[in-house]
Design a protein around this ligand. Structure first.
Ligand code: T1G
Length: 671
C-alpha cells in the first residue's frame, strides 16, 4: 500500500507532505510515513530544515479516533512527537484548515509554526472525554502561558490563526494560498539559527491565580466533565514538574481516560453525529437543489429563531406574517438577537449588519413565489397548516421545497393538500431554534430523495445536527420524551415529588428534569384551554394559571429571579389526585424513578427502529444529546441502554407493567 506521506526537496529544505483524506488523521500509516520522512531529512546532510505540510482540506486533524480502543501500532504519536522535539535541524509546521488534537501537538513539537489566515488550532480532546495524549498539556503552557493553555485544552475550543499569532502559538500567519512559500522562506531564514527554539525546554511560568480563576469562571460548564478537570490538573503539573515527569503524568491520565466508559460514550457521539448525516437508500449521486432564498411563514418565536439560522449562514430570508404588528415583533426579536450576539462577541457588528441586510419582511403571501425553500412555522394546528400548504402549492415556484416545522403532526396529511407531495419535507427545529443544535428532517412517504439531500446539506450549512425521522407522532425526540413525561406524571400520583424526580435526572447528568423542562416550555402547551375541565394534574395546574415559568408558577413556584421553589399548592393538588386514585402514597426510590422514566424511552426507541421511523439506534442517541441535553459522556439513550444490558431493562419494564419491544434484545445486543 502506498504511503500517504511523500517528500520533496527545495534548495536544502525537505517538505514532508501528507495526503490522507478526509482530514489527514494521524493513523498508523501516516505516523510511520512522517517518521520516515523526518528521519530522511535529519540524516541527509544536504537538508538544512524540514517542513511538515498536508494536502487536502486540513493539516493533521488529530489522532485517528477510529484507532482508539485498539492495540496501538508503532510508532505512537508520542514517539513521533518526541523525535520532532529532539530533531537537530529546524522543523516547521505549515498549518491550514484545522490543526486539532494530535495535529496541534505535532505542531507544538516543531520549532516553528506557520498558519494560513483561515486556519484554526486547538486541543478538543476533552470533547472526546480525553486529555491531549502527546504532550499538548505540557508544551502549550510553555508556549502561551497557563491561562491560554487552560482555555484551549480544558474547554476544547479551537483558536483562530490570528489569535494564535497574538499569543505566540504560531510564528506567522499567511494568505491562504501562500503557506508553503512562506514556510520555505522561513525555513531558509532559520536553517542555521541555533539554539533551536525547543518548546519543551521553555519554562512554564506558574500561575495559580489563573488556574483558580479558570476553575471559578467555568465551574458550571465543566461540572461533570471529568476530562476537563483532568486537563486542568495536567496543566498544573506542567508548572510543577520537570518536562519528562509532566509528560508521564499526562500520558498516564490519557490512558486512564481512554479506558473510561465516559470517553467511549463521547467517541460514540462523535461518530454517531456524522453517521446521522447519511440517508439510507440515497447515494452520493443525488445532488441537492440550490437554495439561496428561504421563505418563513410566521414571525413568532420559532419563525424568528429559524430565520436567524439562515441569515447567520448568509442566506436571504423572506419573513411573512399576517399583520404588521406581528411582523414588527419578529423583526425586533431577530435584531435583538443579533445585537446580543455582537455584545457577547459571538459575531462582529459588520457580520450582524450583513445578516440583517438579507432579511426581507412581507405581508403578501405571493412574495413566497421567489423562494427556493419555504418553511411554515405557524401554530401547531393541522387545519391552519393544511390551508397554508394549499396556498403555497399555488404560489411557490416549481421545484421549491415546502417544509413544515411541525413538532408532531402528520406530514403526509399536510403534503396531501398539495399537488407536489414529493417537494414536502419536515424541518423540526427545537426551541430556541437559533440555539438548539438538533434538526429533525422528517421524511414523508412521498418526499423526494433530492429534497432530503437538500435538507441535510442545509442543516450542515446552518450549523445544525440533523437526524432523519419518519412520520410518527413526535417523530424521534418527542416520541421518547412523551414516554418519559407520562411515567413521570404516574410517579407523582404514586408519591414522588417534582423535586425528587427532577433531582434524579439532574444527578444523571441531564441539564434539567422533566418538570423543570415542562415549566420552561410551558405547562399549557396543548392544553384545551377549558379551566372547567380538569381530569389530570396538568389540567389542574393550567386551570389555576400555573403555566410554568412564564406565569411565575407551574410545577414549581418561581421567585423574581426565576429560581424554582417547591410549591405547597402543587403538593395539595398532588394529594387531591392521589386521594381520587385511592392509591396509597409510598416512598419511591431514586433507582425506580430512573428506571421508570428512562427504560420506557429505550423501549420506544426500539419500536421506532422496528417501525422504520428512525434509521439507526445511534440517530436516537444524537437526537437526545443535541435536542434534549442527554449528557454526551453517557452516549445517548440507546448507547447507555447497551451498557445497562437487555436483561436488566427487560426485567424492569415487565415489573413496571410495560410490554417489551420485540426487537429490544436485538437492538441492544447486536454489535
Ligand atoms: N479521526 C478519524 N476520523 C475523523 C477525525 C479523526 N480525528 N476527524 C474527522 N474524521 C472523519 C469524520 O468521522 C468524517 O468521516 C470525516 O472525517 C469528515 O469529518 C493524541 C488523542 C476536523 C473539524 O477531535 O472536529 O488527537 O463521516 O464530517 O465538518 O492528543 O471532523 O466522512 O466517514 O467532521 O469538515 C482530536 C475531530 C482527536 C477532531 C472537520 N481531533 N474532527 O469537520 O468534517 S483525539 C479531533 C473534527 C487526539 C491526541 C488526541 C472535524 C473537523 P466520514 P467531518 P468537517
Amino acid at each position: 500500500m502506498t504511503s500517504p506521506v511523500t517528500v520533496s526537496t527545495h534548495n536544502g529544505v525537505l517538505i514532508v507532505s501528507c495526503d490522507s483524506p478526509p482530514v489527514n488523521a494521524l493513523g498508523a500509516g501516516v505516523r510511520a510515513g512522517l517518521l520516515e520522512g523526518l528521519t530522511l531529512g535529519l540524516d541527509d546532510p544536504g537538508v538544512e530544515a524540514i517542513i511538515f505540510a498536508c494536502a487536502g482540506r486540513t493539516f493533521f486533524a488529530g489522532a485517528d479516533i477510529a484507532e482508539f480502543g485498539k492495540p496501538m501500532k508503532t510508532p505512537s504519536l508520542s514517539d513521533l512527537v518526541v523525535c520532532i522535539d529532539n530533531a537537530h535541524k529546524p522543523v516547521i509546521a505549515a498549518i491550514h484548515g484545522t490543526a486539532l488534537g494530535g495535529g496541534c501537538e505535532l505542531a507544538l513539537a516543531c520549532h516553528y509554526r506557520v498558519a494560513t489566515r483561515s486556519a484554526k488550532i486547538g486541543l478538543p480532546e476533552v470533547r472526546l472525554g480525553l486529555v491531549p495524549g502527546a504532550g499538548g498539556t505540557q508544551r502549550l503552557p510553555r508556549l502561551v502561558g497557563i491561562a491560554m493553555a487552560l482555555e484551549m485544552a480544558a474547554l476544547g475550543e479551537p483558536m483562530s490563526a490570528a489569535r494564535a499569532k497574538d499569543i505566540g502559538l504560531v510564528d506567522a500567519v499567511t494568505a491562504d494560498g501562500a503557506l508553503v512559500e512562506h514556510a520555505l522562506g522561513l525555513a531558509r531564514t532559520v536553517a542555521r539559527q541555533r539554539p533551536l527554539p525547543r518548546v519543551s525546554e521553555q519554562r512554564v511560568v506558574p500561575d495559580p491565580e489563573a488556574i483558580a480563576q479558570f476553575r471559578h469562571t467555568h465551574a458550571r460548564r465543566i461540572a461533570g466533565l471529568h476530562a476537563s478537570t483532568m486537563a486542568i490538573t495536567c496543566i498544573e503539573k506542567a508548572a510543577e514538574l520537570p518536562f519528562a515527569e509532566g509528560l508521564a503524568f499526562e500520558r498516564a491520565t490519557f490512558m486512564r481516560l481512554m479506558a473510561d466508559p465516559r470517553s467511549a460514550a463521547q467517541r460514540h457521539v462523535f461518530f454517531a453525529e456524522r453517521q446521522a448525516a447519511r440517508i439510507d437508500g440515497i447515494g452520493s449521486d443525488i445532488a441537492a437543489r440550490s437554495v439561496e432564498r428561504v421563505g418563513i411563514i410566521g414571525a413568532g418565536t420559532m419563525g424568528s429563531g429559524i430565520a436567524i439560522n439562515f441569515l447567520s449562514a448568509g442566506l436571504a430570508v423572506t419573513l411573512l406574517e399576517t399583520s404588521a404588528d406581528a411582523l414588527k415583533r419578529g423583526q425586533e426579536q431577530i435584531a435583538n438577537t443579533f445585537s446580543s450576539n455582537v455584545a457577547k462577541g459571538r459575531m462582529t457588528a459588520r457580520q450582524a449588519e450583513q445578516a440583517l441586510a438579507l432579511l426581507d419582511v412581507k405581508l403578501d403571501f405571493d412574495a413566497l413565489g421567489a423562494c427556493d425553500l419555504v418553511i411554515e412555522a405557524v401554530f401547531e394546528n393541522m387545519n391552519i397548516k393544511k390551508d397554508i400548504f394549499a396556498r403555497l402549492d399555488h404560489v411557490a415556484r416549481e421545484g421549491a421545497i415546502l417544509a413544515s416545522n411541525t413538532s408532531y403532526l402528520d406530514l403526509d396529511e399536510i403534503a396531501a393538500t398539495t399537488s407536489r407531495p414529493s417537494d414536502v419535507v419536515g424541518l423540526h427545529f427545537f426551541s430556541p431554534a437559533h440555539i438548539m443544535k438538533l434538526l429533525e428532517v422528517v421524511r414523508g412517504n412521498c418526499t423526494a430523495p433530492d429534497v432530503l439531500v437538500t435538507a441535510m446539506a442545509l442543516a450542515r450549512r446552518i450549523g445544525k445536527v440533523a437526524v432523519v425521522a419518519g412520520v410518527t407522532p413526535g417523530f424521534i425526540g418527542n416520541r421518547l420524551l412523551r414516554c418519559r413525561q407520562n411515567e413521570a406524571m404516574n410517579l407523582l400520583l404514586e408519591g414522588a415529588t417534582p423535586e425528587q424526580i427532577d433531582c434524579v435526572h439532574r444527578n444523571f447528568g441531564m441539564p434539567m428534569g422533566p418538570f423543570q423542562m415542562t415549566d420552561l416550555a410551558g405547562v399549557d402547551i396543548g392544553w384545551h384551554r377549558d379551566p372547567a375541565r380538569v381530569e389530570t394534574i396538568r389540567e389542574a395546574l393550567c386551570a389555576e394559571g400555573r403555566w410554568g415559568q412564564k406565569t411565575g408558577a407551574g410545577f414549581y413556584d418561581y421567585d423574581e429571579r426565576r429560581k424554582p421553589h417547591p410549591s405547597p399548592r402543587v403538593a395539595e393538588i398532588l394529594q387531591e389526585f392521589r386521594k381520587k386514585r385511592k392509591s396509597s402514597e409510598r416512598a419511591i426510590s431514586d433507582d425506580e424513578i430512573l428506571a421508570r422514566t428512562l427504560f420506557p424511552m429505550v423501549n420506544e426507541g426500539a419500536l421506532l427502529l422496528l417501525e422504520g421511523k428512525a434509521q439507526r439506534a445511534s440517530d436516537i442517541d444524537v437526537a437526545w444529546v443535541y435536542g434534549y441535553g442527554w449528557p454526551a459522556w453517557r452516549g445517548g439513550p440507546m448507547f447507555w441502554a447497551r451498557e445497562q444490558g437487555f436483561e436488566k431493562i427487560a426485567a424492569a419494564l415487565e415489573m413496571y407493567g410495560f410490554v417489551v419491544a420485540p426487537n429490544l434484545r436485538d437492538v441492544l445486543e447486536t454489535p
